[in-house]
Write a protein of this length. Structure first.
Length: 112
């Protein structure tokens, strides 16, 4: 594996932090990198789909927790989702930086 391939695979997961800058950036960031580099690097194709699927799953969970905020249970759920996402994205960054593929737990595999 060439260093560029490993780095772009890591950027697929790192791009999820774009969600801190604008709405749905956590999905758009990995999507852009995946679309641009999936043909060039097989590792990026694999990690891009994994990151994208996880961020879609997180977005669905956030929307549900947001609706549940009306009955106050959604607020602790939003906090738990944020911590869960941060931990697993950092773990994915460390694994892909070493050149190892990462599979998120509790991930809807919508994009195959």
């Amino acid at each position: 594996m060439v260093p560029d391939e490993k780095n772009w695979g890591m950027y697929c997961h790192l791009a999820a932090f774009a969600g801190l800058l604008f709405p749905f950036g956590n999905v758009i960031g990995p999507l852009i990198i995946w679309i641009l580099k999936k043909e060039q690097y097989p590792f990026v194709d694999q990690e891009g789909k994994e990151s994208l699927n996880f961020q879609i799953t997180v977005s669905i969970a956030v929307m549900i927790a947001g609706l549940l905020s009306v009955v106050l249970i959604g607020i602790p759920l939003l906090i738990a989702i944020a911590i869960f996402t941060l931990v697993f994205v950092i773990k994915a960054l460390m694994e892909t930086n070493e050149g190892r593929p990462y599979r998120y737990p509790y991930n809807l595999r919508l994009i195959k």
